[in-house]
Design a binder for this molecule. Structure first.
Ligand SMILES: NC(=O)c1ccc[n+]([C@@H]2O[C@H](COP(=O)([O-])OP(=O)(O)OC[C@H]3O[C@@H](n4cnc5c(N)ncnc54)[C@H](OP(=O)(O)O)[C@@H]3O)[C@@H](O)[C@H]2O)c1
Length: 322
């Protein structure tokens, strides 16, 4: 799908009242599940269908289980996926596991860790930490380091439709803290969104301790962070992915409508992580469905804006990226 088609779909959905993944500060998810305290568990079908996953995600997890075959052991890697208890993170983790990689999952709490252990029993480990609490994010960084170094970290965890302060912590400050505090992997992959185009870096807000950072702002921040890290760490591979508007719980946040392909939404991360093709072995790339995405906010490739964002993160968190 072209960018124009995607954008037209987003706009027509908004006009129809279906809603988009635009900035908002509501506190309810579909089905009235309160957000912020973690989703319910144990009540849904296999793979959390109707509970912490949509039926589409549960069906895709079943597809992976039945159809994906392992790589030769020499080609396997050690990979951490944040926010891998549901949606795209769980799909990427499940696919990578089925390919024979060593995968460590991340859950917000012990209850969700038990869910993902049950869903993906071959996981090497599950680390816990609620990213809406930056103290927990710092402790999570120490827990990750205790597990040794990773070849790849996929910064996938994200929130939408919660208060802006929580969006800021989960979508932006936590990936910055983890990037800065955890031993750097050979490759880092950051999940952003097309909606970053409507965002603002909100540097003043960041420096002054404010919390008025919308979903779109947070996705511009994480994409700019990814490109800044790629430039600061030239010997490592650092890329970003916009997965499209796909039918996960987040994709269905405003109603059961999501026009993009679910499999394409997580396979770019798998493709980058495995690095089996020349086109996937780059750094500083921003991808949509395995293709370079040219439709990008001007701040993302602006080195001064990148440095300003890193300074604002450092001022905010008292942690400096090395
Ligand atoms: N779906 C889309 O259409 C779409 C479009 C553009 C970009 N994206 C991006 O893709 C990524 C994955 O989204 P998704 O659609 O898979 O969303 P999802 O189904 O809502 O899954 C989000 C994952 O992040 C975890 N998470 C959320 N808040 C957390 C917290 N405070 N602490 C720890 N973990 C937390 C969730 O844990 P729980 O299961 O416990 O909630 C879950 O594992 C996000 O970064 C999102 O912004 C998605």
């Amino acid at each position: 799908m072209t960018d124009m088609t995607r954008r037209t779909l987003l706009l027509s959905a908004a006009a129809l009242g279906v809603g988009t993944l635009a900035a908002c500060s509501t506190t309810q998810k579909p089905g009235g599940t309160p957000t912020g305290s973690g989703r319910t568990s144990g009540k849904g079908g296999r793979f959390g269908a109707g509970d912490y996953n949509t039926q589409e995600v549960a069906d895709e997890l079943r597809y992976i289980q039945r159809n994906v075959r392992p790589l030769p052991e020499k080609d396997t890697k050690r990979i951490l996926v944040t926010g891998s208890t549901g949606g795209l993170g769980q799909l990427a983790a499940a696919h990578l596991l089925a390919r024979g990689h060593g995968v460590v999952a991340h859950a917000r709490n012990a209850r969700r860790a038990a869910d993902v252990r049950r869903d993906l029993p071959r996981l090497e480990a599950v680390v816990t930490g609620d990213l809406s609490n930056l103290g927990e994010t710092r402790r999570l960084a120490a827990r990750i380091d205790k597990l040794g170094t990773f070849d790849v970290i996929i910064y996938n965890a994200g929130e939408y439709g919660v208060a802006n302060g929580e969006i800021l912590n989960v979508n932006s400050l936590s990936p910055f803290l983890l990037t800065s505090l955890v031993d750097a992997p050979q490759q880092s992959i950051y999940l952003t969104s097309d909606l970053h185009l409507g965002g603002d870096l909100k540097l003043g807000e960041m420096r002054e301790g404010g919390t008025d950072v919308t979903y779109d702002d947070s996705k511009l921040q994480i994409l700019t962070l990814a490109m800044a890290v790629a430039r600061r760490r030239p010997r490592l591979r650092v890329n970003a992915v916009a997965p499209g508007w796909v039918p996960t719980l987040m994709g269905f946040a405003n109603g059961p409508y999501a026009p993009d392909d679910l499999r394409a939404g997580y396979m770019t991360q798998v493709w980058l992580a495995e690095g089996g093709q020349l086109a996937s072995r780059v750094s500083g790339g921003f991808f949509f469905h395995r293709e370079p995405e040219d439709d990008v906010h001007p701040a993302v490739r602006d080195t001064r804006a990148q440095d300003d964002l890193l300074d604002a993160y450092a001022q905010r968190t008292e942690v400096t990226l090395r």
